[in-house]
Design a protein around this ligand. Structure first.
Ligand SMILES: NC(=O)c1ccc[n+]([C@@H]2O[C@H](COP(=O)([O-])OP(=O)(O)OC[C@H]3O[C@@H](n4cnc5c(N)ncnc54)[C@H](OP(=O)(O)O)[C@@H]3O)[C@@H](O)[C@H]2O)c1
Length: 302
């Protein structure tokens, strides 16, 4: 295990969504490095399991009940951290969900739920910790984005919208907070196997059930095929992402964004390099959109 962060160095960390997946791996790695980590989530069993792990391994890691979508819960959680450890030095806004639905079919409630979790919550938590960070002229905000913060594919519109919003807000904040010595960093992972896949399937089950009767049936099918290929091809573990978050915390100064996974690097590079038309053509091929178009035209004739 590495030594504790040196005195005066940023040391109290809140990791939202710290009880599972990328957030949990990050919370554990940071605690192993000697940061005082508060790993937050809602699920009592996962919180208990993490507390037990911290106890068994004597890690400076505390599980904290905090629902990022509930402003009062966020306030209580941060007040509790301040009481136990002082102000938050590093906020890792990682809690996130995905709902897979085409934009015409997604309900306003589901769209709001994704935006609330992935976008409004990180901003609300930043509002809570920033005054103290500004006063002390130090602090770091790490926002967990995604390749979907740069590239929007069919059926991932709600999720991509939330991550694009997070990217834009983080870009503004990075510049606004520069004079105060506070760094704002984006992490952009590609696919990494976590519980998110299962949670997304649960949250999207109504759309999956309705897909058979949906005019977008072919697009849902193509999406599932693409998703399965991506899932099978990924060899990355949550710990790979955790190491990148650690770098984002310890690089002096940090980069504006860190991409995780080879596919995300290729995808984001392609987005930068290719015209909209060229990128659309790639996705039209991957999602067999021309075939679907021909099929619809044939159906119309009959
Ligand atoms: N895995 C990937 O391939 C991937 C790729 C790109 C980006 N990301 C991003 O990485 C982040 C973490 O994803 P993951 O794959 O680690 O997901 P995960 O395994 O499903 O973990 C999600 C975590 O967020 C927490 N959470 C969800 N909603 C919450 C809420 N309202 N309040 C508090 N905590 C909440 C969950 O805990 P509770 O349910 O106990 O609250 C859990 O700890 C997300 O922002 C995701 O968009 C993931």
């Amino acid at each position: 295990m590495a030594a504790n962060p040196s005195p005066g160095k940023l040391s109290t960390v809140l990791v939202t969504g710290g009880t599972d997946g990328l957030g949990r791996a990050t919370a554990i790695l940071l605690a192993e490095r000697g940061y005082h980590v508060f790993a937050a989530g809602r699920n009592a069993e996962r919180l208990e399991a993490l507390s037990q792990l911290a106890h068994d391994r004597k890690l400076p890691l505390e599980a904290l009940e905090l629902d990022v979508c509930d402003a009062a819960s966020g306030e209580r959680g941060i007040a509790e951290i301040e009481r136990r450890a002082g102000p938050v030095d590093i906020l890792v806004s990682n809690a996130g969900i995905a709902i897979a639905a085409v934009m015409e079919e997604v309900t306003p409630a589901d769209l709001r739920r994704v935006l609330e979790t992935n976008f409004f919550s990180p901003i609300r938590l930043a509002h809570r910790v920033l005054p103290e960070m500004r006063r002390r002229r130090h602090g770091r905000i790490i926002n967990m984005s995604s390749i979907s913060g740069k590239v929007a594919i069919p059926v991932m519109g709600p999720y991509a919208a939330s991550k694009h919003a997070l990217e834009a807000a983080s870009d503004s904040m990075r510049l606004e907070l520069y004079p105060f010595g506070i760094h704002v960093v984006l992490i952009e992972p590609g696919y990494i196997q976590t519980s998110m896949n299962r949670t997304a399937a649960e949250l999207s089950s109504a759309y999956a059930k309705g897909a058979e009767r949906s005019p977008y049936k072919g697009i849902y099918q193509a999406f599932l095929g693409e998703w399965e290929r991506t899932r099978k091809a990924s060899r990355y573990q949550p710990e790979d992402c955790a190491r990148v978050v650690l770098r984002a915390i310890e690089d002096e100064p940090p980069r504006a964004r860190y991409v995780v996974t080879r596919r995300a690097k290729i995808g984001i590079f392609a987005r930068r390099l290719l015209s909209d038309q060229a990128l659309d053509n790639r996705f039209k091929k991957a999602f067999r959109l021309d075939e679907l178009r021909e099929l619809l035209a044939r159906e119309e004739k009959n």
